[in-house]
Design a protein around this ligand. Structure first.
Ligand code: TYD
Length: 215
């Protein structure tokens, strides 16, 4: 296999934490510094991604392990069809969600076996780990309010239908997700940088750049 010169940067965090805004800002900032960078996301940006994304996020309720295998199938195609080839060409890849989302949403959130999920992730990615993971952390209530999951605050769920299947999980689920991300970050402090999402987007971007240039 040719040597990889590119860097894989994943962005993680609970729904509503501002990942997509950071991903876009980071892409622009890196490009302005002359780095060839690709912005991509999971689920959905791999070669079979759009179809898998639709089943996962818009479909009816599905079995928990079916959900895992769909996220993993999407990831496998994403890694082999897009991420690895880009890294091999020396490009940087900024990925909005990657393997930690499965550990945290399906493991901590749905209470599936985290050890097993780690093994499955390894198969799905052939062991391709991010060089750096930017975790945007913020209080669950604030993050959900940002994306308008306001029934938690007593509007009777009027805005709920605009959201995907995962967004509509109860607040306890989102709390487990937040705590899960923080627990994973503590397990691997060399890879994770925890960013405070409860501030202006420009500040979050600044923190992200600082953590990349420090590495
Ligand atoms: P998306 O619309 O991309 O949400 P967000 O903007 O919050 O990233 O939907 C992704 C949803 O899928 C999100 O709720 C997290 C969830 N997810 C998992 O549960 N497991 C996974 O492995 C991945 C990649 C995402």
């Amino acid at each position: 296999m040719p040597a990889m010169e590119g860097r894989l940067i994943s962005i993680e965090g609970p729904d509503g934490a501002g990942k997509s805004t950071l991903a876009l800002g980071l892409r622009n900032e890196l490009a302005a510094r002359g780095i060839e960078v690709i912005l991509t996301r999971e689920p959905g940006d791999g070669p079979v991604g759009p179809q898998i994304r639709q089943v996962l996020l818009e479909g009816a309720d599905i079995d928990q392990w079916t959900e895992v295998f769909l996220f993993l199938a999407d990831r496998r195609q994403h890694v082999e069809g897009l991420i690895r080839p880009a890294l091999e060409k020396g490009k940087w890849v900024v990925c909005d969600r990657y393997l930690d989302s499965t550990i945290v949403y399906q493991g901590y959130g749905r209470d599936l076996d985290v050890g097993l999920l780690r093994k499955l992730n390894k198969i799905a990615t052939s062991g391709l780990m991010p060089d750096r993971t930017l975790l945007i952390d913020m209080p669950v209530e604030k993050a959900l309010a940002r994306i308008g999951v306001a029934d938690l605050f007593g509007d009777g769920g009027a805005k709920r239908n605009r959201h995907d299947r995962l967004d509509r999980e109860p607040v306890e689920f989102h709390r487990r997700v937040r705590d899960g991300f923080l627990a994973e970050a503590r397990l691997d402090p060399a890879r994770f940088a925890v960013l405070d999402g409860d501030q202006e987007p420009a500040k979050v971007l600044e923190q992200a750049i600082a953590s990349l240039t420090a590495s």
